[in-house]
Each structure stands twice: as C-alpha cells, then as structure tokens.
Design a protein around this ligand. Structure first.
Ligand SMILES: Nc1ncnc2c1ncn2[C@@H]1O[C@H](COP(=O)(O)OP(=O)(O)OP(=O)(O)O)[C@@H](O)[C@H]1O
Ligand SMILES: [Mg+2]
Length: 227
C-alpha cells in the first residue's frame, strides 16, 4: 500500500505538487494520469525518496522510503531517465545491481526471462533499442522481487506488441497481490490496464477511483483537465 498524504513540492516559483493525497492499494494496477508538467514524476520521485517533499508525506506500507530496511526488496522502480552503462551487457548490468543489493545471481536470469530479454542477455546495452532499454529497466526493478512496483511511463518506446505485453505483465503482477503504480499518457491503454486511476493536474488531485466508474476514460480525463 502506498499512501500519499498532503504532499507538496515547490521548486523555486513552481508549485509542482500541491496538497496531494491518495492511496494505492495492493492487488491492483493503479494508473497515474495527468498532462505534461502535472507533477506525476515529481510525486513518484518523492514516494521513492529521490526528491524531498516541501510538506506532507509519502509512505510505503507505513514507512518512508528512506526507512525501509531493504528498499530493493520492497519497492521496484522504473523511472523516466534510467542510466545504463552502454558498454555493459544486459546480464552484467543486472549482475552489478544484484551484487550491490545482496541478491543471488540466479535472479538475473529469472528477470531477463520475465521481460523476454533472455535472448539479448549477452549484448551490449549501447546497441539496445528504446523498447529493449525499457524492458531492461523493468527487469532491474524486479530484481528484488518487490511487493510494490512504481513505473513512470513504462510504455514509452514500446511497439504495439510490447505495449500489449506490458499490459499482461502489469496485470499479472497485480493478480499476484502486488501494488502497481504506473504513469502513462496512453489513455486507451490505461483504460484496459488500470483497475484504478488517479488523475492530477497542476499538482492537484482532480479525481481518483475505479477505472470502470469513469465511463470513457479518455472523455472523462479530457473533461477533467480542461475544466
Ligand atoms: N528539478 C526540478 N527543478 C525545477 N522544476 C522542476 C523540477 N522537476 C520538476 N519541475 C517542475 O515541476 C512541474 C511538474 O513536473 P513533473 O516532471 O513532475 O511533471 P509530469 O507530470 O511528470 O510531466 P510529464 O507528463 O511531462 O512527464 C513542472 O512544472 C516542472 O517543470
Ligand atoms: Mg513525467
């Protein structure tokens, strides 16, 4: 369970997130929606302890990220700008992360298979396509077998088949009882993937609830962000 409570973030003159509260339940995919600059990435980064809130709190199963005893095993994250060493192979990249986190090497093979990247395990990341990098970022997030997954626009760069794969993948994680929070601009896809949506704009909550209650998600979204 992720709990965001009265969260605010100011960058100089910009109030990126304003008094934002919502919860993300386990066993479901929650879509985090909002226009460019709405504050989605900033909120996700605050949940992950990468940006410190100006006020309010974000907790994961009751603890702030910094207080989690084994963060890699609790929370996996796929962020917008994941940095890879281009000279490393996918396998090496994952082994380095696994070693740093005290995770058994066998897990590297498992996560590569989970994201359908086992065939490219020995290839250098510098030669990876955008979609392959995105899959590798997802594999990295899964290394610690975390109960909570936070993904910032994971569909970016994926082809239609890849997007379809991602949908099934996120759904399976949720069915497994995990907490899945995913931001995306692809509303047609979110309508099919997310059980629940949280919609923000200008850093504020516009709406949250079961996806089914929004009727046409795209129409509801456009109405909300234009009002
Ligand atoms: N490090 C920073 N310094 C200054 N301003 C920032 C910083 N990070 C974000 N902002 C500002 O905060 C606001 C929210 O940005 P954020 O990246 O959270 O939006 P977003 O919803 O993720 O947008 P997008 O859909 O384009 O990814 C924007 O006005 C942005 O310019
Ligand atoms: Mg963003």
């Amino acid at each position: 369970m992720i709990t965001v409570e009265k969260l605010s973030k100011r960058f100089g003159d910009v109030l990126a997130v304003r008094d934002l509260s919502f919860t993300v339940a386990p066993g479901a995919v929650t879509g985090f929606l909002g226009p460019n600059g709405a504050g989605k990435t900033t909120t996700l980064r605050m949940i992950l302890g990468l940006v410190s809130p100006t006020s309010g709190t974000a907790t994961i199963d009751g603890s702030q990220y910094v207080d989690l005893p084994e963060p890699v095993r609790s929370v996996g994250a796929v962020l917008e700008s994941t940095a890879f060493h281009p000279g490393h192979t996918a396998r090496t990249h994952l082994r380095v992360l696994a070693t740093a986190a005290g995770i058994a090497r066998d897990r590297v093979h498992e996560v590569l298979a989970l994201v359908d990247l086992d065939h490219a395990a020995a290839r250098r990341i510098g030669g990876f396509s955008l979609g392959m990098r995105q899959r590798l970022a997802i594999a990295s997030a899964l290394l610690g077998d975390p109960d909570v997954l936070i993904l910032d626009e994971p569909a970016n760069g994926l082809d239609p088949e890849g997007i379809h794969w991602l949908r099934g993948f996120l759904r399976a994680l949720a069915v497994d009882g995990r907490t899945v929070l995913v931001s995306s601009h692809v509303l047609t896809e979110m309508a099919k993937t997310a059980d629940h949506v949280v919609i923000i704009n200008h850093g504020r909550l516009l709406a949250s609830g079961p996806t089914a209650e929004f009727g046409s998600l795209e129409d509801s979204y456009l109405e909300l962000v234009r009002s």
